[in-house]
Every structure is written in C-alpha cells, then in structure tokens.
Design a protein. Structure first.
Length: 291
C-alpha cells in the first residue's frame, strides 16, 4: 500500500478521498481455493489498468461517474494459503467503510471473498438480505474437504443470515444434494432473472447485500472466468438486474470471479469494467434519491 497513489492508480473516475466519498472500492485479490484455473487475484489490478478504455458516462442511465464521489482505496494485502486470515482482513476493511456510512464495493478475487464482507454487513444490519447472481449455487457444506471455498460461500453466508434471506438468480449448476437443500433454505431462480422484480418489491426498505459472480453471464460475453457455464445471461440482462436492484437499499456489494489470464482478448475485463460502472451508478443514484 505504500506505493499506492490514488490520483495516478485509481479506477477511472474514482479519485475522491475516503472522507469525501459516497462509495469506497477495494480489491480482494484472493484465489486460494480456485486451484483449478486460478487467476482471479489479478482482476482488480488488470481492471484498473484497463479502466481508461471506458467512459465515465453511461448512456444507459444518463449518469456520469464524475458526478459522484467514489474512492478507490486500493487492494488488500492478503496472505497466500490462509483464506481464514484473508477473510478477517476483508471483514475489517468492509467494517471500516460501513462505519463511515459509505458503500463498500469489493472487487474479487474468487467468490469466497464475499463471506468477509457479509460478516461485516450482517453485524451492522441484522436484517440483511442478499441478492446473489451466479451460474453456481455455491451452497455446498464443504468442497474438497474445505469449509471455506468459492463453492461453499453462500452456505457460510446462510449460516449468518438464516432461511429465506438469500435470493439467487441465474443458477444453472450445482450438486443434486446442494440443490435439494436449497429448496427449504434459500430462494433459487434457475437459469434467468424471472421474479427479480417481485423480490425487489418484497425487499423494499430492507438492507441488501448484492453479490455478482460474473460467471452468471454467458461465457460468450464473459469468457475470462474459472468455471464458465454455457446458457448464461446477456450483458443487457445483467444491466437490467443491476438497475432493478439499484432501487433497493444496497448497503454493500461486490463483483467477483473475473480471471484476466483466461481471456487474452480482454473482452471479459472490459465487460467487468462496464458492469462496475453501471453498478456504481445504479446504487449511488438510488442512494441519492432516497436521501
Ligand atoms: Mn460463485
Ligand atoms: Mn459461479
């Protein structure tokens, strides 16, 4: 962090100082448990470097990042081979941002990073719900004998939140036992986003954590990820979901599972950047409307 220069190194348009910011970005470069095809630890660094290829203005929302105060606080310095310690550090950073009344936006890393941020948010907001966009249910109790894994992350979140608080969309992969378990504990919409509008109406006014595993997108538009699953959302579908969710009281959010080395064309990184811009604009404009 000693070499971090906010003005020079930050994501495009995200150069506000922490104290002035409405939202604070940080990178969580962890890919400890994605042993098959690693690379997500490079996501935040590559996204920053490529962020000058996109505009701060969104024609979709007619909003400009330049009109909002966003701080990019850099990447966490996470230890290799110690996911429990990494989660503690993620929780600590998330807690500091929440305590200052700001929106944390975390860039993974593999999806396990979400658990650290949800721990912090659940402590501040006991009534926390989650909207979870993903190709995978991520509800296994353990994966390769590990309790802390990208494949178990939502099960660990459920242990914090309880039944009926996790709302999954776009799911198209999971073990039989995992999917059977899901039926009585979480709300799962397979394959697409149908019902998201109803969920948004039900959750109005409640604190919501939005986690976007970018592999919910179709691999055609998002090839740079460790476990691509055919039959996913289009970018326009995802944008619609983000805009719907932006009307909610989103108290924290994350984007995860971009693995830049798996897509030399750079399409996936560009898609992740555009998703990040639209997410920030949707959530921050929603916050401003509610104030
Ligand atoms: Mn996931
Ligand atoms: Mn996934």
């Amino acid at each position: 962090m000693s070499t971090w220069d906010r003005e020079a190194d930050a994501f495009l348009g995200c150069t506000a100082a922490f104290d002035d910011a409405q939202a604070v970005i940080f990178g969580a470069p962890l890919d400890a448990t994605t042993s098959y095809r690693p690379g997500t630890r490079q996501a935040s660094r590559v996204m920053r470097a490529e962020s000058y290829s996109i505009e701060t203005y969104s024609p979709y929302q007619d909003l400009d990042l330049a009109d909002f105060a966003v701080c990019d606080s850099g990447d966490l310095d996470l230890p290799f081979g110690n996911p429990a310690r990494a989660l503690d550090l993620i929780e600590e950073r998330s807690r500091a941002i929440l305590a200052a009344g700001k929106l944390p936006l975390m860039i993974g890393g593999e999806h396990l990073v979400t658990l650290g941020a949800v721990r912090a948010a659940a402590r501040v907001f006991p009534d926390l719900h989650m909207i979870h966009l993903d190709a995978h249910a991520d509800l296994r109790d353990s994966y390769q004998d590990e309790k802390l894994s990208h494949a178990t992350v939502m099960r660990r979140c459920w242990e914090l939140l309880g039944d009926g608080r996790i709302h999954q969309f776009g799911i198209r992969s999971g073990e039989r036992e995992e999917i059977a378990w899901a039926k009585t504990h979480v709300r799962t919409r397979f394959f697409d986003l149908e019902g998201l509008g109803d969920t948004v109406r039900q959750l109005a006014g409640r604190p919501v954590y939005l986690t976007i595993d970018l592999d919910v997108l179709d691999p055609a538009v998002f090839p740079g990820t460790g476990t691509p699953e055919a039959g996913g959302l289009s970018f326009t579908d995802l944008l619609g979901a983000i805009r719907l969710a932006g009307s909610l009281n989103i108290v924290a959010c994350d984007l995860n599972e971009l693995s830049p080395p798996l897509d030399p064309s750079g399409i996936a990184t560009a898609t992740a950047l555009k998703t990040m811009r639209e997410l920030l604009l949707a959530v921050l404009s929603g916050r401003t409307r509610r104030l």
